[in-house]
Design a binder for this molecule. Structure first.
Ligand code: ADP
Ligand code: MG
Length: 703
């Protein structure tokens, strides 16, 4: 049935539902209430003082105001008593709205009344109930009323909260009549019973219309388990198919000399964590199965150098390596770091390894040459942006792929770069540590390596929280540091929603800094909108210390490495996420000098202040990531809202850590013992999976 035929919907509202993703009746299955209201009798109101409740009764009197500032009063009666519901203003309209002897439910907050009725209800919403309609009466049976998110689209069509609840109820009754198997069980009994979960049908019913309050959480957990289980099943299948069905490359050549030359080129000792991670990566590379590994570590923990080692090892075995970066700045910087390192390595080892950069905006002729080098194998390590995955790029024998700052790329881009190679081993690096729950739901098909220590020569960054009024003092401090030879960043927020305004204010502030506050110094500016040759020039000047203060929007967030820059000032820090701030802060503290980070914030409430203080107190990226996710929720964590995989209706990653682990264990064990889902007890899973995860099945290359 088209939802426009549902009672209370119609053409216009159907369009509004469509706009929020509810197109068919069964889409209501994923529409989960936000809160629940208890239905109480009028006599019971006294027990719910200050709470939001729903009452149901008949209008027995309407009292007009004597004076203008007095309210119109509706008197509602049920079999237990009568109460008063006052309305201020619009009394003409209200008096026509509620007719004597009609039945209504009212949602309101219980308040103290005067005289005749001791408790009154401060009005929130109402719904007329037709005592002769079976559907209406059935709706009144439940002890709690669900309240759903009333989005702007729906509001525009004058849907009120209780009407929406009724519409959802109508949708459920039609759905169950028309197509009762929509709520059929989707998990086999052995899982349901083993995990002690309620049945699906029961859960869907109870999360919308609970009989007792505890029903809600129990039902939510059941539905969340299903979401997590099927996601983990995808990961388990994908991981297995990668490991078993496609043969990868085994990079078997001995690396003793490579490693010792590499260390000489480094000029420093690896940290224990780097050593461990290099071993993990190398073990994967040696094996015939395709590597799919996530490398996590704090900014400055030395991931890049680890990835260089792995790329060299692949080259050592006669293959090409590529590293894909999310921005041109980062690609250029990696290119210069890697090239400098490789040159040193070549000198030490007597080899002749070549590097190439491939980014947008390169001259046609140069580009043709580069493409030819890549195709003929005249170059060994290719560094670039998503230019690396364009159709025209053909590799001679791409065997190892590094994807830096993975969360900026989509899953599709990851897949594309793989397609360019011969089932290359893939190392994904994220600069922001990710909470474990999130890495299991987002990168659940990857093995994880973690670098959890910083090279020993680092002094922890000192971080301070300040307000606008401290600015002149801060600038004074910055000048003192510059006079000692240091450099500073000043960052202005630039967020998508207000990009133009933000950019304008950053540019205005830049002028003020340049012409007034730092008149005697050299101030440069860089942001996402300037041309890449301009960017290059500014960055080069900053590197060469020709610029003392670099003003920037958030483009420098990723990977910039200038050890002499020791001061990071972040304006309007309250507008950034914690992980993003941590990442920005990681641009300093890269050398041996003491570094400082100053967060300048405006109009702080308690929560934001607490949030920002976390940064002053710790430099542990994993701890910061956990806190960030707890405060902002997983959807916002990555900065860009990712659709798809994290699109849970019922799962709350902050609450469901254990549930996630359980779902993952069960899914992975299941795929280990029944990879083709052939066992009769898993039939139900196979059916649900192939009906509901077609895209995933395709994307994950699972037949
Ligand atoms: P990440 O990629 O994790 O942000 P990098 O690999 O860029 O970190 O390392 C940051 C800086 O620290 C680089 O200048 C790098 O050469 C240096 N570095 C890396 N590992 C070590 C180490 N074990 N000891 C000393 N310095 C190191
Ligand atoms: Mg391998």
């Amino acid at each position: 049935m088209d939802i426009k035929y549902l009672k209370g919907v119609g053409e216009k509202r159907a369009a509004a539902f469509k706009a929020i993703g509810i197109d068919r009746l069964e889409d209501f299955l994923n529409f989960i209430p936000r809160i629940y209201l208890k239905k109480v009798t009028i006599r019971e109101l006294r027990n719910y003082f200050g709470e939001n409740v729903v009452i149901y009764g008949k209008v027995v009197d309407v009292e007009y105001p004597q004076k203008k500032q007095q309210p119109l009063k509706i008197f509602l009666n049920d079999s237990t008593g009568t109460t008063e519901i006052p309305f201020f203003g619009k009394s003409e309209f209200r008096s026509k709205q509620f007719r004597l002897n009609d039945n209504y439910i009212f949602w309101g907050k219980v308040d103290e009344g005067f005289g005749f009725s001791k408790y009154k209800l401060n009005y929130r919403d109402h719904l007329k109930i037709d005592n002769l309609e079976k559907n209406d009466l059935d709706f009144m049976k439940f002890p709690y009323f669900p309240v759903y998110e009333l989005s702007g689209e729906l509001k525009k069509t004058w849907i009120r909260p209780l009407l929406l609840s009724k519409i959802v109820y109508n949708a459920f009754s039609s759905m169950l009549k028309e197509n009762p198997n929509l709520t059929d069980e989707t998990l086999p009994p052995y899982i349901i019973e083993g995990a002690n979960l309620p049945q699906k049908k029961e859960s869907i019913l109870r999360i919308n219309f609970p009989l007792k309050f505890e029903d809600v959480e129990e039902a939510r957990k059941r539905l969340a388990f299903e979401e997590l289980f099927y996601l983990q099943l995808i990961f388990a299948l994908k991981k297995r198919s990668i490991k078993n069905e496609v043969k990868g490359i085994s990079f078997t050549k001995d690396i003793t000399k490579l490693k010792s030359d590499f260390l000489k080129a480094c000029g420093f000792d690896l940290t224990k964590a780097q050593e461990k991670v290099i071993n993990e990566i190398h073990a994967d590379m040696k094996s015939e199965s395709v590597m799919n590994r996530l490398l996590q570590g704090d900014v400055g923990s030395g991931k890049t150098i680890v990835s260089i080692f792995a790329m060299l090892a692949a080259v050592h075995n006669g293959y090409q390596s590529a590293i894909m970066c999310p921005t041109e700045i980062l690609a250029e910087q990696h290119y210069s770091t890697i090239t400098a390192f490789v040159n040193k390595y070549n000198e030490i080892s007597g080899e002749n390894i070549k590097t190439t950069i491939l980014i947008g905006g390169q001259k046609k002729k140069l580009r043709e040459e580069l493409l030819q080098d890549i195709r003929l194998g005249n170059t060994n390590i290719i560094i670039g942006t998503h230019a690396l995955i364009q159709e025209k790029v053909e590799y001679k024998n791409l065997g190892f792929v590094v994807i830096d700052e993975q969360h900026k790329f989509g899953v599709m881009q990851r897949a594309k770069l793989k397609e360019k190679g011969l089932n290359p081993d893939v190392l994904v690096m994220t600069a922001t540590p990710i909470p474990r729950t999130l890495s299991l739901t987002y990168y659940g098909d990857l093995d994880v390596s973690i670098i959890d220590e910083l090279p020993g020569n680092r002094k922890p960054i000192k971080t301070f929280l300040r307000t606008d009024s401290d600015k002149q003092n801060i600038y004074k401090f910055v000048k003192e540091e510059i006079d000692k030879g240091r450099q500073a960043y000043i960052i202005y927020p630039l967020i998508e929603e207000s990009e133009k305004l933000d950019l304008k204010s950053a540019e205005e502030n830049y002028k003020i800094l340049k012409d007034r506050d730092f008149k005697e110094y050299n101030v440069g500016m860089i942001h996402g909108r300037i041309f890449s040759y301009e960017k290059d020039e500014v960055m080069q000047n900053f590197k060469d210390k020709k610029i003392n203060v670099l003003v920037s929007t958030t483009v420098i967030e990723v990977g910039i490495d200038i050890p002499n820059a020791t001061i990071m000032i972040i304006e309007e820090a309250q507008r950034f996420g914690l992980s993003q701030l941590h990442q920005l802060r990681g641009r300093v503290g890269r050398g041996a000098e003491q570094s400082f980070c100053v967060l300048i914030a405006k109009n702080l409430d308690d929560v934001s202040e607490k949030r920002l203080n976390t940064l002053c107190e710790t430099t542990d990226g994993f701890l910061i990531a956990e806190t960030d996710m707890e405060i902002r929720g997983p959807g916002e964590f990555f900065g860009t809202r990712q659709s798809g995989i994290l699109n849970f209706s019922c799962t709350d990653l902050n609450k469901d850590k254990q549930l996630l682990n359980r779902a993952r264990d069960i899914a992975f064990n299941l795929i280990a013992s029944d990879p083709q889902l052939r066992k009769p007890e898993n039939e139900i899973i196979k059916k649900f999976f192939s009906e509901n995860f077609k895209d995933a099945v395709y994307l994950m290359g699972v037949a």
